[in-house]
Design a protein around this ligand. Structure first.
Ligand code: NOJ
Length: 751
């Protein structure tokens, strides 16, 4: 009975969708029948919103373009009133009154800032990530934004690349689940004014730029694309993402923005994407530097390959009309692109209610922006993103009655906690620094002695002052003395060290992954005091901590956690919450090992990843073993978990892998139980491990639970170089454990 009702409900949904689509078709067709070619091309044009003043009649260049119907969308304007002013021109002054799409990089929150996406992925809490995207959607759409340039789903294996901070790490399976969750969180079903249009990016392969240098070239086999890099893009398309942004890089020697195979064959034909594509910022213009020709020629290549909207290169605006006249671009191509963009506007409800995202009163807005409920959700979620790497002698959690020396450049910054993409934010003084949060947490019980201790970094090329935007430059000797004095008075030293929030993100590539020398020197000196030390490693990428791993007893990777990071960190530091984050990128021992990732192919001369001695004529290095400092999936807790013997039940091509996990320690806590496979013999070499399932399981002290992961034929399949999913019968290893290294294993034959 329940099943029948579900079927009827689904049928109803499908029918209403069909009806809505027909209505949309008719609406858009009617509108397009009134549009001139130049107005259609106008819809394909996206420019910065810039300095548009409230309510005033527009006579600046942008206002004129909007009024002439020459602009379909704007980006990078923050503020309801400015956006309303632009929307008013589009609706009231342009001939057909077509409203604008208003885009912004709402990547990890709007005013309530969530942790950077890489940190979010370490929660493995897909629902929590979806809820965060929902909050971002609610806040952004209350302040005029109707299109977010997110999710960024690029798989990245090279921590030198600063944009690794913006993605979900190195795994295509987890990355796919997160991509879908974010699309759901942002877009809902487009029925509410808080549903925001999502934009999948950067299609494709941007995370594979050579040497981790931003905007660099990419070259890889189709086999690798389909199996390792494409899955999160495909998953987001399947979740119904409403727009796709092309990437800055080449794919098969052609620019991703003008790559017919990528945009038409794979995206539209193989995956069924029906909505619009947009370039990344100025890409059509950059094609000239790549060596493809002038702006006019590149505009022709881009639109014919399947790019619908030009972000900021003005190539479409300047040249498409002529290209149509010259017969190089067909009217049909322009019509298709224009239709897709108008459909997005229709789905967002802009034709019915053009001001729906920018007409809230101040009071109404206040009920949606940086609210207590949003901050509470962010605080709870942020606590899940910290990854405890080491906790010798159970230094953590700290006692609130302790005398704590808080030392390091990230100890008393607010903006420096937020992370890379923060375009709109509440006022800095409305959320605390770590120092303020710890002082609050221990009030009346313990003591906090803060000292910055050193300058954050000596890098001359990065900032003129050799430091971060967020951290003051200090007199190094004096700061060092103060830090040592503070540490001498304390029972425990907490170091807030590592990267600055502006060391990762776009155009922030590094060649070293070590902690900057200024901080290392101080850390070494602090370690000589022989007191318990906790290193809170702030990072926007996987960093290397060879010395720290050996000498510092407690290390927690805390990334950049957003507006609620400091209180969330206190929750975990003092044991009100228990860490449960697990790495989604491998942490290498040395930068020379990168790219280093768990799901690699084997070599013909493999060595054990943890082999201590060098082996001649094997695939290894002189200086360090092949293995990571900490493997993918790794994360400790304040409690201990005991794994029983793993069992695999087989029913044809469906496998049920199960293991009983017991909480044997002193804290109620959450574990992430992971399941990996390896295809033993196959027509293509397959990775040594592939994540295929996981479960976050919360266990009280002493409690056990059996976790069962179902593997289907699809879990055991792979793509060939044409994107066809293939299952090859034979032997598979099934593995379960707490991280990608520490697993139990059973071999099964699946025919
Ligand atoms: C360039 C970045 O690559 C992209 O991620 C972003 O969405 C656009 N700029 C717009 O700001």
């Amino acid at each position: 009975m329940r099943r029948k009702m579900l079927c009827l409900a689904l049928l109803g949904f499908a029918l209403s969708l069909g009806a809505r689509d027909k209505k949309m078709d008719a609406y858009v067709s009617r509108l397009m029948s009134k549009m001139t070619l130049s107005e259609k091309i106008g819809q394909l044009n996206l420019l910065p919103g810039g300095d548009v003043t409230t309510g005033a009649a527009m006579n600046n260049e942008l206002g004129t373009l909007i009024a002439q119907g020459q602009l379909g969308a704007v980006l990078n304007t923050v503020g309801r009133d400015k956006i309303q002013a632009m929307q008013k021109i589009a609706v009231e002054q342009s001939r057909l009154g077509i409203p604008l799409l208003v885009g912004l990089d709402v990547i990890h929150g709007y005013q309530t800032i969530y942790p950077i996406p890489l940190a979010q992925s370490c929660s493995w809490d897909v629902e929590g990530i979806e809820a965060g995207a929902r909050i971002a959607a609610e806040e952004a759409t209350s302040d005029g934004i109707n299109w977010t340039f997110s999710p960024m789903v690029d798989i990245a294996l090279d921590p030198r690349w600063g944009r690794i901070a913006e993605g979900s790490g190195e795994d295509p399976y987890l990355g796919s689940l997160i991509a879908q969750a974010m699309v759901r969180g942002y877009q809902g079903d487009f029925s509410s004014r808080h549903d925001i249009l999502a934009c999948l990016k950067h299609y494709a392969l941007y995370g594979a730029v050579e040497a981790g240098r931003d905007y660099n070239t990419v070259d890889m086999s189709h086999l690798r694309m389909y199996n390792q890099y494409f899955p999160p893009y495909k998953a987001a398309v399947e979740a119904g993402v409403g727009s796709v942004m092309t990437s800055f890089n080449l794919v098969d020697g052609q620019h991703a923005t003008a790559n017919r195979w990528l945009l038409r064959d794979v995206l539209r034909q193989q995956w069924g994407f029906q909505d619009f594509t947009v370039t990344d910022y100025g890409s059509i213009g950059e094609m000239t530097s790549h060596g493809f020709g002038d702006l006019k020629h590149n505009s022709e290549l881009a639109i014919n390959a399947g790019t619908d909207m030009d972000m900021c290169a003005t190539g479409f605006q300047q040249h498409l009309e002529t290209l149509v006249k010259e017969g190089k671009v067909s009217k049909k191509t322009i019509d298709e692109a224009c239709r897709r963009i108008l459909e997005a506007k229709y789905k967002l409800g802009l034709f019915d209610e053009p001001y729906r995202h920018c007409n809230m009163s101040d009071d109404e807005q206040a009920a949606h922006l940086f609210t207590d409920a949003h901050r509470k959700a962010a605080r709870d979620f942020t606590a899940e993103t910290f990854v405890l790497l080491k906790n010798e002698g159970q230094i953590l959690p700290l006692k609130k009655s302790a005398r704590i020396a808080l030392i390091g450049p990230n100890g008393d910054t607010t903006d420096g906690l937020l992370g890379t993409w923060v375009v709109a934010r509440p006022k800095s003084n409305s959320y605390p620094s770590l120092r303020q949060a710890i002082e609050e947490a221990v009030k009346g019980q313990g003591e906090v002695y803060f000292a910055q201790g050193c300058n954050i970094a000596p890098y001359g090329r990065m900032r003129e002052a050799g430091t971060s935007w967020y951290i003051p430059v200090v007199d190094a000797e004096k700061a060092h003395r103060e830090a040592m004095a503070a540490a001498a008075k304390a029972d425990v030293i907490v170091c807030a060290m590592g990267e600055g929030a502006d060391y990762s993100g776009e155009s922030h590539s590094r060649v070293t992954l070590d902690m900057p020398e200024t901080q290392m020197a101080l850390l070494r000196d602090l370690a000589t005091l022989g007191k318990p030390i906790v290193l809170l490693n702030f990072a926007g990428r996987p960093t290397t901590m060879a010395w720290e791993k050996e000498h510092i007893p407690a290390i927690m990777n805390v990334w950049f956690g957003g507006t609620e990071m400091a209180p969330a960190l206190c929750d975990v530091l003092f044991g009100d919450k228990v860490p449960s984050g697990h790495l989604t990128t491998t942490l290498p021992q040395h930068a020379g090992q990168v790219p280093l990732y768990y799901n690699h192919l084997n070599t013909g001369r493999p060595t054990n990843d943890y082999e201590p001695t060098f082996r001649l004529y094997s695939s290894n290095y002189f200086e360090v073993s092949n293995g990571p400092a900490w493997p993918f999936g790794f994360g400790l807790s304040y409690t201990t978990f005991e794994y029983g013997t793993m069992n695999v039940e087989q029913n044809g091509r469906t496998l049920k892998a199960s293991v009983t996990v017991k909480n044997t320690g002193d804290y109620d806590a959450t574990e992430v139980v992971q399941c990996y496979i390896r295809d033993i013999a196959c027509r293509y070499s397959r990775p040594v491990k592939e994540l295929k399932g996981f479960e976050r399981v919360t266990l009280r002290k002493g409690e056990s639970k059996t976790v069962t992961i179902t593997l289907t034929q699809e879990s055991l399949s792979f793509y060939d170089e044409n994107g066809k999913l293939i299952f090859e019968p034979g032997e598979f290893d099934i593995m379960m454990g707490s991280n990608s290294r520490d697993v139990q294993q059973k071999r099964v034959t699946v025919m």
